[in-house]
Design a protein around this ligand. Structure first.
Ligand code: MRU
Length: 351
C-alpha cells in the first residue's frame, strides 16, 4: 500500500483500531487518537478530530468495519442490527460532505452482498473494503494532482482557502495535491493560505502542511484576500469541495464564495479540485446542498478565550456554495472540466 510513502498519515489502521491524527490540536501538538467502535468514530468526525470531505469518508468506512469486527462473534440478526446502528450513527455525524454518505453507501452495498456468508467473513470483507477506499483515495488525490499541475504556472502565487490537503484526505490532498504535484514537476510555487475563520483550518492545518514540506507559504486573514488580488499578488486560486451538484455548483468551507467572487472581479483563475466521490449527481444545483450550522462558541471565541459579549446572536454556517459560473474548472481524477456543467459532469459517471 502506498501509505508508507506519505509525509502525513491522516488515518491509519493499527492493531485492529483506527488511528487518527487529532487535528483539533495541530499545529501545537501532533498526536494520534484511537477509535475502537463506530460510536467513537462518529464522535471523532463530529468533534473535528478528523475533517475534510475525503478523510471523513475513509474514516466512516473504517467505523463500519470496526462495528462489524466487534460483533463478528454474534449471530446474524444481532450482527445486522449492530451494522445498521453503525450506518446510522456515522451518517448523522456531519451533513455537508457527501463523501461520508458515498463511503457509507459502499459499505452498505458490501453488507448487502455478504448476507449469506458468515459474520466473520463479512467483517473481513468490510475491513478490506475500508482499506481499499483508503488506499484508492491516495491514488485519486495523486491523479487529481497530475491533472491539475499543468494549470499552475511556474512561479505562481497560489491562494487556497481552508485545508484541502493531506490532512483532509487519506494523503497528498486535492487542492494542496495540485500544489504538491506542481512543485514535484519542478515548478516554483508559493502558497497564500487564507486563515479560514472561524475554525482556522488555513492558519493551523494548511500552513502546517506547507511548512512541513518547505513549500513557501504566506498566511493572511480572510479579509486580506481582496486586497492581495487587487494588488496583483495572486496568480491562481485552488480550493477543495465538500459536495458538488450536478450543474457544477460547489459547496466548500465558508468564505470560499467570497474568494470566488473576488477572483472573477480580478480575472484570476478559480479552480476546484475534488474527487468524483465529492460529486452528488442526485442534486441538481447547489441550492439543495445541506449546509452545516456549527456551534456559536466557534465564533464568540477560540480554545476557551471568549471575546464576544454574552447574549449576542451568532450565525455560524460552516460552508457556502460557489455557483458553477464562477468556477474556471473542476479538477478531478478523471481530468479537468473547464466551465463545468451538467453535461460534462454526467459524462464523468458514464462507463
Ligand atoms: O469543516 P471541514 O474542515 O471539514 O471543511 C473542510 C473543507 O471545506 C475542505 O475544503 C473540503 O472538505 C475539501 S477537503 C479535500
Amino acid at each position: 500500500m502506498p501509505v508508507e510513502t506519505l509525509s502525513v498519515e491522516t488515518l491509519r489502521w493499527r492493531n485492529g483500531k483506527l488511528e487518527l491524527i487529532d487535528q483539533r490540536r495541530l499545529p501545537l501538538e501532533f498526536e494520534y487518537v484511537a477509535c475502537e467502535d463506530a460510536a467513537q468514530t462518529a464522535a471523532a468526525i463530529r468533534d473535528m478530530v478528523v475533517r475534510g470531505a475525503p478523510a471523513i469518508g475513509c474514516t466512516a468506512a473504517y467505523g463500519v468495519a470496526l462495528a462489524a469486527l466487534s460483533h463478528a462473534h454474534e449471530a446474524r440478526p444481532a450482527f445486522d442490527a449492530a451494522l445498521e446502528s453503525a450506518f446510522q450513527v456515522l451518517a448523522a455525524s456531519r451533513p455537508t460532505a457527501v463523501n461520508l454518505f458515498w463511503a457509507i453507501d459502499r459499505m452498505r452495498q458490501c453488507h448487502a452482498q455478504n448476507r449469506t456468508v458468515s459474520t466473520r467473513t463479512e467483517a473481513e470483507a468490510l475491513l478490506a473494503l475500508a482499506q481499499q477506499i483508503h488506499s484508492d483515495d491516495i491514488d485519486i488525490c495523486r491523479a487529481i494532482g497530475t491533472h491539475g499541475a499543468p494549470l499552475i504556472p511556474d512561479g505562481a502565487r497560489v491562494m487556497t482557502h481552508c485545508n484541502a490537503g493531506a490532512l483532509a484526505t487519506a494523503g497528498h490532498g486535492t487542492a494542496l495535491g495540485v500544489i504538491r504535484s506542481a512543485r514535484d514537476a519542478g515548478k516554483r510555487i508559493s502558497v497564500i493560505a487564507n486563515e479560514t475563520r472561524p475554525y482556522l483550518q488555513g492558519a493551523r492545518l494548511t500552513a502546517w502542511e506547507m511548512v512541513q514540506e518547505n513549500i513557501p507559504v504566506t498566511l493572511v486573514t480572510d479579509n486580506m484576500a481582496g486586497y492581495l488580488m487587487q494588488q496583483g499578488r495572486v496568480d491562481v486560486i485552488v480550493v477543495g469541495a465538500d459536495r458538488i451538484a450536478l450543474n457544477g455548483d460547489a459547496a466548500n468551507k465558508i468564505g470560499t464564495y467570497t474568494v470566488a467572487v473576488l477572483a472573477e472581479r480580478h480575472r484570476i483563475p478559480f479552480y476546484v479540485a475534488a474527487p468524483l466521490s465529492t460529486i452528488d449527481i442526485g442534486i441538481a444545483d447547489g441550492g439543495a446542498i445541506p449546509i452545516e450550522e456549527r456551534d456559536a462558541s466557534e465564533v464568540t471565541g477560540y480554545r476557551g478565550v471568549r471575546w464576544a459579549p454574552q447574549g449576542v446572536n451568532v450565525a455560524n454556517p460552516a460552508f457556502d456554495v460557489t455557483p458553477a459560473a464562477l468556477i474556471t474548472a473542476i479538477i478531478t481524477e478523471k481530468g479537468v472540466l473547464s466551465r463545468p456543467d451538467a453535461r460534462q459532469i454526467r459524462a464523468l459517471f458514464k462507463n
